[in-house]
Unconditional design. Structure first.
Length: 289
């Protein structure tokens, strides 16, 4: 059996992590149903796959035990409103993930107008404001049975139990109610029928008042034109000033030559001729005696 303390996964992840078509579809489901993560989508799809696998297995058996198990699965599917009383058991094979997500407590709460938006419905559940069959449910993925829809409401100890509470759906004006229903749902394009298109005469009538509205703007443009002319007359004054300036004769400035100071002439020193002294002739020693 394994260790009972170990909690095992109750869902299976996609076989391939990168599939563009599946990823785009999961993004739309997550936005439409206000899911926290893609894990909640995988839990719902795994639950549906388990139902389909059991039915395929029981259809191949003809024993009394197989008939008993078929009846049990049928009653369970009827309690979640996944099939009708007159439907066969094989109709489960044609269901998709949206059928299971529609039975979540978060979605049922929003469809019963107990919350403004799908995200607010999740907030009420997590904050312990919702009672189901006398029990306080804090799990948004709780699958609501058909027998429990009548007992779905706010807890008596909650402030949301007051019908005059400003966050209650009943306190919203009609316009905001319509906007709150559109949130979280896929937008659909409005198709206009060919018979609803206006005739040419009606289109011309709609165009005439638009021309009348444009006419005053043209008159305003005309009134502003003289202002531009006045400005044009004032411009010659500037030209006259320019002419006066042009008539003033220009004085030709002759370049003044400035004599650079002459360097002082250094007086020349007259060199005196050097007198040559007569050489002394040595007398012979005999003469000196």
């Amino acid at each position: 059996m394994g260790d009972p303390k170990k909690i095992r996964k109750k869902y299976s992840t996609p076989s391939h992590p990168w599939q563009k078509a599946r990823i785009d579809e999961e993004k739309l489901l997550r936005r439409e149903y206000g899911l926290k993560s893609k894990k909640e989508i995988w839990v719902a799809s795994s639950l549906l796959e388990n139902f389909k696998a059991q039915i395929k297995k029981l259809n191949a058996q003809t024993t009394a035990q197989a008939d008993k198990e078929k009846e049990q699965i049928r009653n369970r599917l009827l309690s979640y409103d996944l099939i009708k009383i007159d439907d066969e058991l094989d109709t489960v094979l044609g269901l998709n993930v949206r059928d299971v997500l529609d039975r979540r407590l978060q979605t049922v709460l929003f469809k019963k107008h107990l919350a403004r938006t799908i995200t607010q419905a999740r907030q009420f559940i997590v904050h312990r404001h919702i009672f189901v069959s006398g029990k306080k449910i804090t799990v948004p993925s709780y699958l609501v049975k058909v027998s429990e829809e009548g007992s779905l409401g706010f807890a008596q100890s909650s402030s949301m139990a007051n019908p005059n509470h400003p966050e209650r759906y009943e306190q919203l004006p009609n316009k905001n109610k319509d906007d709150s229903q559109k949130k979280g749902q896929k937008k659909e394009l409005d198709v206009v029928a060919f018979d609803d298109i206006k005739d040419e005469e009606e289109i011309v009538k709609d165009i005439k008042p638009k021309k009348e509205m444009v006419a005053p703007k043209a008159e305003e443009v005309k009134t502003e034109a003289p202002k531009a002319e006045v400005k044009a007359e004032e411009t010659p004054k500037v030209e006259e000033k320019a002419e006066v300036k042009a008539e003033t004769p220009k004085v030709e400035e002759k370049p003044v030559k400035i004599d650079a100071p002459k360097a002082e002439e250094t007086p020349k020193v007259e060199e005196k001729p050097v007198e040559e002294k007569p050489k002394e002739t040595k007398k012979p020693e005999g003469d000196a005696q």
